[in-house]
Write a protein that binds this ligand. Structure first.
Ligand code: 5GP
Length: 181
């Protein structure tokens, strides 16, 4: 079993590149079926989701006409309950009357998705759905943030690789690693 040490923490391989590829393809197939008569706009949440997004869009049926755009946000955790979304890289594309699919690396409490969905609806998107490579169902605090297309569910441990970072590093790992106590 492969392992990685980072800043005093020990991580062990949890998903192999082949398992991840299978998960991503299964999501791509579902999206291809549901959007076959639409022109979805993927809103890719930076920084982490770019790896998943790159594989996902190439896994779509070739007849799907889609566009991609990026957003980078930061949520204020542990402050006011009305936590504001801060746009570090704001949306550069018109979403009005578009079928939007938000692409995330991992959904944890769901705060980011909860706020992002409200933002995109406010901008007039016709529909807003969410896809994520990983989902931590036990941590979810916002009902409306439950993703529509999920690669795989994960328990509460911290994971890295395939876009998921530890302090900005390790996004490049081709497998997903779980921290070991
Ligand atoms: P949420 O708004 O759902 O609470 O947080 C989602 C964000 O938290 C993810 O986009 C990711 O940046 C971060 N996050 C949550 N769990 C993990 C994890 O296990 N590993 C890494 N690397 N980031 C995580």
């Amino acid at each position: 079993m492969r392992s990685i040490d980072e800043q005093g923490y020990h991580f062990e391989e949890w998903l192999t590149p082949a398992q991840i590829a299978k998960d991503v393809q299964q999501v791509a197939d579902q999206i291809s079926a549901d959007y076959k008569d639409k022109e979805p706009l993927f809103v890719i949440v930076l920084n982490g989701a770019f790896v998943f997004a790159a594989d996902l869009i190439r896994g779509l049926d070739k007849d799907i006409r889609c566009e991609e755009t990026f957003i980078r946000v930061s949520s204020y955790y542990g402050m006011q309950t009305t936590g504001q979304l801060q746009f570090i890289v704001p949306l550069q594309q018109v979403v009005e009357n578009r079928d939007v699919i938000i692409v995330e690396d991992i959904v944890d409490t769901g705060l980011t998705i909860h706020q992002l969905k409200a933002h995109l609806r406010g901008l007039g998107a016709s529909s807003v759905r969410v896809t994520t490579m990983l989902f931590k169902p036990n941590k979810l605090e916002y009902d409306d943030a439950k993703p529509d297309y999920i690669g795989r569910e994960v328990t509460d441990e911290f994971v890295i690789g395939c876009g998921l970072d530890f302090d900005g590093f390790r996004r490049n790992l081709d497998a997903i690693y779980k921290v070991k106590e």
